[in-house]
Design a protein. Structure first.
Length: 150
């Protein structure tokens, strides 16, 4: 298994099927909110160092990704925070240590780049908090969502 930091244009074709699988598995309100990533905005953020993608590949095949937004925190101006956008592993790679190794790899890279805090959201309907707690993450927030569109 290879863990690495990649760029959108390097993973774009490989990640399309994973993104669909991810959306099917975790998205709420699918009948009202369709998957439609703003790739141009992601590329702009990547271009200024505010978006990073870490990947897991098995013999060259993309099997997982962990993407974060990197930004100064308005409350703590002396620190960079990395907040996850998405994290996904194909089901057959969820047993064992693939996910843990992907997170630890990203953590090392981000720390080397001066990030002080890494925040990972979990979906309560697909919660992997026990894995994060094993990696010494602390549960700090709960997010509630409600569809209010028409």
């Amino acid at each position: 298994m290879i863990y690495q930091q990649e760029f959108i244009d390097d993973v774009f074709e490989d990640c399309q099927h994973l993104i669909e699988q991810h959306w099917e598995e975790i998205a709420l309100n699918k009948e009202k909110i369709k998957l439609n990533p703003n790739w141009d905005a992601y590329r702009q953020l990547e271009g200024i160092g505010a978006f990073r993608i870490f990947t897991a590949r098995d013999d060259g095949k993309l099997v997982g990704y962990f993407a974060v937004f990197v930004e100064p925190n308005l409350h703590y101006r002396d620190h960079l925070f990395a907040r996850n956008d998405v994290i996904f592993l194909q089901k057959e790679y969820r047993k064992g240590f693939c996910g843990i190794r992907l997170i630890k790899f990203a953590e090392r890279c981000l720390k080397d780049d001066g990030v002080s805090v890494l925040m990972i959201n979990t979906k309560t309907h697909k919660d992997f908090s026990p894995v994060l707690e094993r990696l010494h993450f602390k549960k700090t927030e709960t997010i509630h969502t409600k569809y209010i569109g028409e």
